[in-house]
Design a protein around this ligand. Structure first.
Ligand code: NI
Length: 174
């Protein structure tokens, strides 16, 4: 296992759609193990493969995210391969949503309250589950990454422009 480098906006490959995983081989298993380690090291509650420079449809997420009863439990993550949102309902504001690939910025994002996700697990077994609240937001955020969409694409043009200006200034001074 190894910690991989996390790419940050405006890296072009973050904005590209990722390819479906055709076979779950050693390369994919290593990718998943590395992504889990990279996510907890960052630390974050979700990570998508394009964030570590691999444009394949794989995400990992913190199994305990959004469940305060689980505080203090050992780090555990789940991986989803070729995840898809097959149903969505309701609406919530995800407060101060942030992303490891968008440095020093957070914003409120409108999201579905509930989603139904279909995917393959690490063994290639099909699974389907319903996610609410924080887990629902994580699913939408991470699956967006696989389509080349960042949360800053889901906020107002004004807020996004302010972020781009701030980033441009930071890149100049560094
Ligand atoms: Ni993200």
């Amino acid at each position: 296992m190894a910690i991989r480098n996390i790419l940050t906006y405006p890296e072009k490959s973050l904005m590209q759609p990722s390819a479906k995983v055709e076979s779950i081989d050693e390369e994919i298993r290593t990718l998943i193990a590395d992504m889990g380690e990279t996510m907890f090291d960052a630390p974050g509650v979700g990570l998508a493969a394009p964030q570590v420079g691999v444009n394949k449809r794989v995400i990992v997420y913190d199994f305990h995210a959004g469940n305060p009863d689980d505080d203090g439990l050992a780090h555990e993550f789940k991986a989803l391969i070729n995840p898809e949102i097959i149903d969505a309902s309701g609406s919530i504001i995800s407060e101060k949503e942030a992303c490891l690939s968008v440095v020093d910025f957070s914003a409120d994002v409108k999201r579905y309250e509930t989603v139904v996700v279909k995917a393959l697990d690490m063994e290639g077994k099909p699974l389907e589950f319903r996610a609410d609240g924080i887990l629902s937001v994580i699913m939408q955020h991470e699956i967006d990454h696989l389509d080349g969409i960042l949360f800053i694409n889901r906020i107002s043009v004004l807020k996004r422009t302010l972020y781009k200006k701030k980033l441009a200034k930071e890149l100049k001074t560094n």
